[in-house]
Write a protein that binds this ligand. Structure first.
Ligand SMILES: NC(=O)c1ccc[n+]([C@@H]2O[C@H](COP(=O)([O-])OP(=O)(O)OC[C@H]3O[C@@H](n4cnc5c(N)ncnc54)[C@H](O)[C@@H]3O)[C@@H](O)[C@H]2O)c1
Length: 268
């Protein structure tokens, strides 16, 4: 994205933008007219088949603008550089989407969960987004409001696991519950400043994260796990984020929206 123009286009920062749900969110926001700064741990300028530079090429096909930035959101001392890059190019930040997250390297029973895996999950899935949000919110609060758009917004991609137990990945569930409360606390604190905060809880979405358990979930979905009867796609989550970004839920700060094909329905 050249350093010049379109200061009038709204600017979004999306973490974990190189693949999966993050990619789906980027494309939905570009269709909504956002310039997007995409942060990811994996940064391979020579790779146009996958990752941030594939996303950049796809965004440009759509006529949009995308700045790939290398970064690890668990490194809090690097957050200023990441957000400075966004402000340097776009002039401001209208939307932050905390999407980057990891699952345990190995699924084990809760009685075997290691402190190392627990710390890794909490660092990436909860601690990093907490402080990135704090940093971005300070900047949003100091920005001149736009007249023609809804106020700034922050979206947290948590999971149904924020509220649903999986005994083979306890540390993931705990990290997403922590992230869910992070969304709630920031929604409360930032409402008077005109910054809306939302939580989006995906269900079972077909990405690299779930590729290793595809057969298991194919069976469970065939057996009725998901009322709407199919895997979710990154675009399902992307469109929900785009609706929030548009301001369609402007009087609903603090809301948690499930994108899970109805897994939120308690059934007998
Ligand atoms: N796939 C699902 O079924 C599902 C369900 C509910 C919630 N989620 C959540 O949605 C988010 C995206 O999941 P996904 O399925 O697209 O995962 P994914 O593994 O396919 O993609 C995650 C992306 O985030 C990047 N990333 C990981 N750690 C990072 C870090 N420390 N800093 C910057 N970037 C980092 C990865 O490089 C990758 O590009 C995660 O927070 C995940 O927990 C996924």
């Amino acid at each position: 994205m050249p350093k010049t123009q379109r200061l009038s286009a709204p600017a979004a920062v999306v973490t974990g933008a190189g693949r999966g749900i993050g990619r789906g969110i980027v494309l939905a926001l570009v269709r909504e007219g956002f310039d997007v700064v995409g942060i990811d741990l994996v940064f391979e300028p020579g790779n146009r088949k996958a990752g941030l530079f594939e996303v950049k090429a796809r965004v440009e096909e759509l006529g949009g603008r995308f700045l790939p930035v290398a970064g690890d959101i668990s490194r809090i001392d690097d957050h200023d550089r990441l957000l400075d890059a966004a402000v340097g190019v776009c002039g401001r930040i209208d939307l932050l989407v905390n999407n980057a997250g990891v699952s345990p390297l190995k699924r084990v029973d809760v009685l075997e969960t290691s402190p190392e895996s627990y710390d890794r999950l909490l660092a990436v899935n909860a601690r990093g987004p907490f402080f990135l949000t704090q940093n971005a919110a300070r900047r949003m609060a100091a920005q001149k409001p736009r007249r023609s758009r809804p106020g700034p917004a922050i979206v947290f991609i948590t999971s149904i696991s924020a509220a649903v137990s999986s005994t083979s990945r306890a540390e993931y569930c705990v990290s997403k519950a922590a992230l869910s409360m992070t969304a709630t606390v920031f929604a409360d604190a930032l409402a008077p400043k005109g910054i809306a905060v939302y939580e989006v809880r995906p269900g079972v979405i077909a990405t690299d994260m779930t590729a290793g358990v595809k057969d298991k979930y194919d069976r469970l979905i065939a057996g009725g796990l998901v009322p709407q009867g199919r895997w979710g796609a990154p675009g399902d989550v992307g469109r929900a984020v785009a609706a929030l970004a548009r301001g369609d839920f402007g009087y609903s700060t603090g809301a948690a929206i499930e994108v899970s094909g109805g897994m939120n329905i308690r059934r007998l």
